[in-house]
Design a protein around this ligand. Sequence first.
Ligand code: SF4
Length: 422
Amino acid sequence: MNGELEFEPLGQAEYCDDDEPPSGGKYDRYVDSANYLEVKNHSAKAFPINDNTQSFIKKFYPGVTNEEWNSWRWQLKNSITSIKHLIKFIELTPQEIEAIDNPHHSLPLRITPYYASLIGRDNERDPIRRCMVPTINELLLSKGESSDPLEEQHYSPVPNLVHRYPDRVLFLTTGFCSAYCRYCTRSHMVAKDKCHVGVEAWQPALEYIRNHSEVRDVLVSGGDPLTMSDSHIEYLLQNLRAIKHVEIIRIGTKVPVVLPQRITHNLLRILKQYHPLYISIHFAHPAELTPETAEACARLANIGIPLGSQTVLLKGINDNVDTMKRLMQGLLKIRVRPYYIYQCDPIPGSNHFRTKVSKGIEIIKGLRGFTTGYAVPTFVIDAPGGGGKIPLLPEYFQGEIDGKVILKNYEDKTFYYPNPID
Ligand code: SF4
């Protein structure tokens, strides 16, 4: 099946899907319900495979069928997790080899074959390669870096839940991701047990939300919640939606970018039952805007889910106006509204990824006025120490003089607005 590649079977500890929710009977409806025919018919629509990825499959996975390639479980089971696999696709630098083999880096290596097909294999500066492949820079601790820079543990009243803001909570539902970003804020928790935590571990968090009527918004994150099985996702959404004071549910994910095949019609059938549901998708670079990701986003948008983007500002990857503009404009074309650009959090070994804060302001300044307002996200720093997100803006407001507000426009020209008289 795998042509010239040999794959190690995925260990039970790395990806578990057997801790199904209790009262399993009702989950049988995925195969028995009246919707099944509809789901089956929809499934007939093939998932796209872009031309570069087609060439990649031909070269590295010659025996793999389109059906296998487009199976999200196949993608997970065949993910690249070792040098032995990675070296088949990429000529690694000595620094990369040393880093991958080093037991001290905080995150293991994991890349789906699909996402690996997007990497420029001969270029060690390739943006996706830099996001995914460890380097020895990760092993250097710089001043001010910490494994939990946002001090989420201080705001965690029960396991797997962070309650920092008055009316919303962060629900950390799994430690598993289909691809591990080298700059991950939650590197202290993701991939640590290499496994979904299971529904029993969610009970204290669910109980906390039930008992706190001020919580009107739950952000389901992790790890990546869309890597869980359909039955787990439905169990979670059902339980959250059953809580009357939970008005909206948001999901944070990178799956449409690294594992777009996961957006199956059966998953869509589940998601569309739990509106109002919002999804924030983690994008890093315009190279991620493929027909596969466009299809995944179209499927989600077509069932009425508003999609937003989150992008971490990364040195040498997306830290210039042109790259960010292409990304933000491209996102609008696939129906994703640019939402946040984050200053990279100071996790251990992140210095090589972090830009000066002024770079983010410069990028916003280069977007605002120069492209449609929908393409301009908010630039924020998640304040170290648990201060929450702080937006940073170019200085458009310059003060007040003689009852007039002094304003600078996007071209740095000065204008005055007459304030009303009290
Ligand atoms: S997908 Fe998100 S949670 Fe997972 S490694 Fe990347 S940044 Fe971290």
